[in-house]
Design a protein around this ligand. Structure first.
Ligand code: CA
Length: 418
């Protein structure tokens, strides 16, 4: 599929993350205004709340756009999502008769602040990156062998919705309990092994009923869109706390997401199958869809005062072993109800080469192999005032479906107890 031309000139470049092919959904405001729904097109935002108030768009529902989240739209059926996308395309396509009517409702992105694009109902984090799981095994257990369940279960744990924040939000280095291997007693204080995890977040749109499982194909149809997701991780806190019940405080102090929801429809041309299963999945995880997406991903690190960030990882979302639809099917298989706004983290995405490792734990091999930034500074884990940046885009023929960036700066730990 080629670039679709828009009358919004900035949407027609091969470099813009937001051509007409994309049309991602966000929440924005200008100074003194209330946050409301908008759609990115080139370097502009289409003010959906103002369009709705003017009677220029309606979705067979009560007002859904003059709200600081897209959950109301998500809860409408996939047919309505398609209808909305069709309306937006017709309004913004080159040659549209609506140009003069719609143009006044465009706001420059440069004037806008972006907010959380949806209310996170609940947050579940998975572990679907095979290379990451093998690397973690090699680092922590001395063997890259996968855990016995890994090739059968899309492994996950229930995280915290309250700690999911939008790109740009600063993250405090967490305090927590750690224990050095040779110490008699644990101690409490700032994490010394603060890390990122490069992930894609899938957002559930259509709810499922409590007690009712869904198939992989039904799960795929329930997904509304995707964001970049950085699952900040305190490795030293995690190492001491995680047995026998899994991660807790080491994963509960911040998860950053990119501000634009890229719809499943925009990513449709970039679908790719999951890798051939080494061991056949149980029949309840069978599906007919290609569940992964070809999305180029990059991580950059920028110390305080550095003129430019250093690229430290380049990989691709197609490296995942399980799809979001398989994870969602597994999630609901025992009867767990899923809600509009449920966020599913893919798990850290890493490829086979070191340049494709999606966490600092892997890049520095647990601190044993420090790496050098373009500034000459040396890192193993994140230092205070470092900024981490995730980027992602599906690369088409002369256009891209961009996610924008997912950034976060690490602030020094708060003093606790005071
Ligand atoms: Ca994670």
């Amino acid at each position: 599929m080629p670039l679709m031309k828009s009358w919004v000139a900035s949407a027609n470049s091969a470099e813009t993350p937001f051509p007409l092919n994309n049309l991602p959904y966000g929440v924005f405001s200008r100074a003194g205004e209330d946050p409301r729904c908008g759609v990115a097109i080139g370097d502009m935002i289409l003010d959906m709340a103002a369009l709705e108030a003017a009677g220029l768009i309606a979705l067979d529902a009560e007002a859904v756009f003059d709200l600081p989240f897209w959950n109301q739209v998500m809860e409408l059926a996939p047919e309505v999502w398609a209808k909305l996308r069709g309306h937006l395309h017709a309004m913004l396509v080159d040659g549209s008769g609506d140009q003069a009517t719609i143009a006044p409702y465009l706001v420059p992105q440069a004037d806008a602040q972006l907010h959380m694009p949806f209310m996170v109902s609940e947050y579940t984090d998975f572990y679907a990156g095979r290379q990451h799981a093998q690397n973690m095994g090699a680092i922590l257990r001395g063997s890259p062998d996968l855990p016995a369940n890994w090739l059968h279960i899309p492994i996950g744990y229930n995280g915290r919705a309250s700690s999911v924040v939008v790109s740009g939000t600063q993250i405090n280095r967490p305090n927590g309990q750690t224990k050095a291997p040779d110490a008699d007693m644990p101690s409490f204080g700032p994490s010394k092994r603060l890390d990122i995890e490069l992930e894609i977040g899938a957002i559930v749109g259509t709810p499922s009923e409590f007690g009712a499982p869904v198939t992989v194909d039904q799960a795929d149809a329930m997904i509304f869109g995707f964001v970049l997701l950085n699952d900040w991780s305190a490795r030293d806190i995690q190492a001491w706390e995680y047995q026998p019940l899994g991660p807790f405080q080491g994963k509960a102090f911040g998860t950053s997401i990119s501000p634009w929801i890229v719809t499943k429809a925009a990513l449709e041309p970039f679908r790719v199958p999951t890798p051939a299963c080494e061991k056949a999945l149980l029949p309840y995880l069978d599906g007919t869809i290609d569940g992964l997406y070809d999305i180029a991903l990059e991580v950059l690190m920028q110390p305080e005062g550095a003129a430019k960030p250093t690229s430290i990882c380049k990989t691709n979302a197609k490296r995942l072993y399980y799809s979001a639809a398989e994870q969602l099917c597994h999630h609901a298989s025992g009867g767990c109800g899923m809600n509009a706004g449920d966020l599913l983290g893919s798990g850290t995405i890493s490829g086979p080469e070191k340049s494709e490792f999606g966490s600092l734990m892997e890049l520095s091999w647990a601190g044993r192999a420090p790496f050098t930034l373009d500034t000459g500074e040396i890192r193993t884990f994140i230092e205070d005032n470092d900024t981490l940046i995730l980027r992602g885009a599906a690369l088409g023929d002369g256009y891209q479906i961009g996610f924008g960036t997912c950034t976060g700066k690490i602030r020094p730990a708060v003093k606790f107890p005071a």
